[in-house]
Ligand binder design. Structure first.
Ligand code: ZN
Ligand code: ZN
Length: 249
């Protein structure tokens, strides 16, 4: 879909949030079921290939990588600097070229608070809306996550929030060499600043927490509804992070 069209769609429907109820995080669901909360430690040597250029580390949260001949895009950092360093090491192992980019699907600490482990020469890019929301709410959420366990508290010690080097609205395209990643902000869903990443050549979508196990967070408009219908038709939202997207944008 053309960028102007995206912007128009986003602005026309910005006020028409049809569904915001029933959104629960994986942690909240685990607590409700008396199950142990998922470990916040990003696993080493656990990268799985999910399509030609796309890789994931499954966990809390799922981390994505898109590997091109020219550069590698890292999607989400894990919680705190220790996990961020693991993610960076795994990216360097996968990369065909030293150029690395970093993006975050939303501001929640398990997705974005490891960014300080990435050196400043690795550009961090995110939607304007996500950065604004992070500026407003980040420390509140960090405190909430710190209070959940001693391990979380340790992981979130000495936190140095990192602001984006490149801000976009509503879309940017990254040519990684033989593969293109399109980074989108479509409107509020799981948060105000959700970003979705489409790997064009693979037909793989990294939806962040907008799509969770058996849970599609929120429809912003009819177009989203079609998108999520398409996603759930094809993969049934069974917790697959790199969701195969077969529709046309
Ligand atoms: Zn989240
Ligand atoms: Zn999450």
């Amino acid at each position: 879909m053309h960028m102007m069209c995206l912007r128009r769609t986003a602005s026309i429907f910005a006020g028409l949030v049809l569904c915001v109820t029933g959104i629960v995080s994986a942690l909240e669901r685990a607590a409700a079921q008396n199950a142990a909360p998922p470990s916040p430690i990003v696993a080493e040597n656990a990268v799985k290939r999910v399509s030609e250029h796309s890789y994931v580390i499954m966990g809390f949260p799922n981390i994505g990588f898109v590997v091109g001949n020219r550069a590698t895009l890292v999607i989400d950092t894990g919680m705190g600097a220790r996990n961020g360093a693991t993610v960076l090491r795994e990216a360097q192992k996968l990369a065909k070229n030293p150029v690395i980019y970093l993006t975050t699907t939303h501001f929640h600490p398990e997705h974005a608070s490891g960014a300080q482990a990435f050196p400043p020469q690795i550009p961090l890019m995110r939607p304007i809306k996500q950065q604004e929301e992070m500026d407003r709410l980040d420390m509140k959420y960090v405190e909430l996550f710190r209070s959940r366990s001693a391990l979380n508290k340790e992981l979130l010690e000495d936190l140095k929030p990192r602001r984006a080097d490149i801000l976009f609205d509503p879309e940017m395209k990254l040519d990684l060499g033989g593969v293109t990643a399109r980074l989108f902000w479509w409107g509020a869903a799981h948060t105000q600043g959700d970003e979705l990443i489409l790997v064009e050549q693979d037909g793989t979508l990294f939806p962040g927490d907008v799509v969770q196990n058996k849970l599609v967070a929120c429809y912003i408009n009819k177009w989203h509804m079609n998108l999520f219908h398409d996603i759930s038709e094809h993969v049934h939202c069974q917790g697959t992070f790199a969701t195969v997207f077969r529709g046309a944008l």
